[in-house]
Design a protein around this ligand. Structure first.
Ligand code: SF4
Length: 457
C-alpha cells in the first residue's frame, strides 16, 4: 500500500484545483438534517428540475426469512425518504431507487421483500418513486479504460443525475466501503466476480477505483446515522454515530468518510488509485470541509479481525482461543468474491462448534483465486471453482477435497468438512437463511439501535 502511495507522490498533485466542498452534519432530526447536509455542500447545484434521478442506497444483503441487524449495514429509509422529499421540492418527479442485492442464500424474493420492508413501495405510493432490482434489468458494457470493461445497470447509466447513499462502514477487503464502492451494486454478477481479479496489477482495488468514472454527475450522501466496524455485513459491529457526509464530488466525500472511520485515504488502495487518476492529493488539502470538526467526530472502526498463525494452525483469533489445532484456514484475500465470502462466517462458526479437543490432521482450507497449497498438509480443501481449477494438480497436495461450485453449495461444504474429519452440524448449513437473525442478540436492550430508521410511514 505504501509503495503505491510513494509511486504516486509528487505526480499530478495540484494546488490550483478549486476546493471541493464536503459537509459533515450531525444527524439530529428527520428531513432537516439531510437538507442541511445537502445544501451546505451545494449538492443540488448541478441538478436541473425535470431531471431523471437514480438513487443508489446500499442494501449489501437481504434476508426475507429473519429480522437481522441493518444498523451500519443498510442505508436507513429515513435518509432515503428525506432525499426523495428534497428532490420533489427541487422539481424532480422521475425518481428511481435501484439496487442489485446479492442473492447469497438463494432467496429469490429478497429484492421484493426488501422494497416492501424498507418502505420503498410506500415511497412509490406517496411520491411516485420506482424501485428496480438491478439484477433483473438490462446491463450495458462500459469501457473504463486500461483494458477494463464492466457491465453496468442501464437505468443508472442513462439517468441525468445519481444520488449515491452509501453507509459509513469499514470493509474487510477494501478497508472502507463508501460512495465509490457502493456503485459495485450496479454491475452484473460476472463483472462483480471480475472485480475480484487475480491479476495483482489490476486487482479489486483498481477495479473499484474506476466504478464512478463513467457515471452521470453524482451527489454522495454518506449515511452515518449508524456506522460499522468489520463490515460490510450483518456480522460487523455497529455503533450510533449520528453523522451525514455529503459532497458533489464522490472522491472528496469518500476521503472524508475514510478519515471519519479512522483511516487516512493513503491507507485505502482504491482511493489512492482514484486520486491518482484525477491528479488529486490524498491529504485533503484541496477540500473545504464545512460543518462539524472532522477530528472531533472521527472514530476508529476496525476493518478486519486478527488471525493467529502458529506451527499447529492458522485461523481467526476467535477460533485459536478455543484451542483448535491442526487447522490451517488461511485469511481470505481480495480475490474472494462476495458469493464465496458470504459462506466464510458460517463455515468458521460451524468449525468452532465441531471442535471436540482432538487435534485435526493438518487440514488446510484454501479460498479465493490465488492461494496455493502448502507442503506437509494432511488434506487440502479447495473451496470454490477457482481454487479447484488453479490447484487440482498441485504437487503439494496429499489429499485433495474439492468443492467445485461457483459459489460452492452449502451442502457440498458440509460433505467436504466431514470427509476430512471435521464433523460440522449440517443443520447450520441447511438453515443458512436463519443465521443473520442470530446477530440481533448483540443489539438487544440497546435503545439507540432503532428499527424504525428502516421504515417509512
Ligand atoms: S468460486 Fe468463489 S471466488 Fe471463484 S469466481 Fe466463484 S464466487 Fe468468485
Amino acid at each position: 500500500m505504501i509503495t503505491l502511495v510513494q509511486q504516486f507522490k509528487g505526480k499530478g498533485e495540484s494546488e490550483t484545483l478549486p476546493k471541493k466542498i464536503v459537509s459533515i452534519t450531525k444527524y439530529e432530526k428527520p428531513y432537516e438534517s439531510v437538507k442541511k447536509a445537502v445544501s451546505s455542500c451545494g449538492g443540488f447545484d448541478a441538478l436541473r428540475s425535470g431531471a431523471r434521478v437514480f438513487i443508489k442506497p446500499n442494501i449489501v444483503f437481504w434476508s426475507s426469512e429473519s429480522i437481522f441487524p441493518k444498523w451500519g449495514v443498510i442505508t436507513t429509509s429515513r435518509v432515503v425518504e428525506d432525499i426523495v422529499v428534497l428532490l420533489k421540492e427541487h422539481g424532480i418527479d422521475d425518481i428511481t431507487i435501484g439496487e442489485g442485492i446479492v442473492d447469497s442464500f438463494q432467496d429469490d424474493g429478497a429484492a421484493a421483500h426488501a422494497s416492501a420492508y424498507l418502505g420503498y413501495d410506500l415511497l412509490g405510493e406517496k411520491y411516485g418513486v420506482k424501485f428496480i432490482n438491478v439484477m433483473k434489468r438490462p446491463f450495458k458494457k462500459v469501457d473504463l479504460g486500461d483494458g477494463i470493461t464492466l457491465s453496468f445497470n442501464q437505468d443508472i447509466m442513462e439517468s441525468d443525475f445519481v444520488i449515491d447513499l452509501p453507509v459509513m462502514k469499514s470493509h474487510s477487503q477494501t478497508v472502507v466501503s463508501l460512495g465509490i464502492k457502493n456503485l459495485k451494486g450496479t454491475i452484473n454478477t460476472a463483472s462483480r466476480k471480475k472485480c475480484h481479479n487475480a491479476d495483482r496489477n489490476k486487482d479489486l482495488h483498481y477495479h473499484v477505483s474506476k466504478l464512478a468514472d463513467k457515471m452521470p454527475p453524482i451527489l454522495t450522501v454518506i449515511d452515518g446515522i449508524y456506522s460499522l466496524s468489520r463490515g460490510p455485513s450483518f456480522d460487523g459491529r455497529a455503533k450510533r454515530s449520528n453523522l451525514l457526509i455529503a459532497s458533489a464530488d464522490i472522491l472528496s466525500a469518500d476521503m472524508v468518510g475514510a478519515k471519519l472511520l479512522g483511516y487516512h485515504p493513503e491507507e485505502v488502495p482504491h482511493l489512492v488509485w482514484a486520486a491518482k487518476k484525477r491528479g488529486r492529493p490524498l491529504d485533503l488539502s484541496d477540500l473545504e470541509i464545512v460543518g462539524e470538526d472532522l477530528a472531533e467526530v472521527a472514530a476508529e472502526h476496525e476493518y478486519t479481525f486478527d488471525y493467529s498463525i502458529t506451527e499447529t494452525g492458522e485461523m481467526p483469533m476467535a477460533l485459536a482461543r478455543s484451542g483448535i489445532s491442526g487447522l490451517f484456514y488461511r485469511k481470505f484475500d481480495d480475490t474472494m468474491c462476495t458469493y464465496c465470502s458470504s459462506l466464510t462466517g458460517l463455515v468458521l462458526i460451524a468449525i468452532r462448534q465441531a471442535w471436540s479437543g482432538e487435534p485435526w490432521d493438518n487440514i488446510e482450507v484454501l479460498t479465493g483465486k490465488v492461494m496455493e497449497p502448502a507442503p506437509g498438509m494432511g488434506a487440502t480443501i479447495l473451496l470454490g471453482q477457482c481454487m479447484y481449477k488453479l490447484n487440482k494438480d498441485h504437487p503439494n497436495i496429499n489429499k485433495m477435497v474439492a468443492v467445485k461450485g461457483c459459489p460452492p453449495k452449502p451442502e457440498d461444504v458440509v460433505k467436504a468438512l466431514h470427509e476430512v474429519g471435521i464433523e460440522v452440524n449440517p443443520s447450520l448449513f441447511s438453515n443458512i437463511a436463519a443465521l443473520p437473525g442470530a446477530y440481533m442478540e448483540r443489539y438487544r436492550d440497546r435503545p439507540e439501535f432503532e428499527e424504525s430508521f428502516f421504515k417509512v410511514e
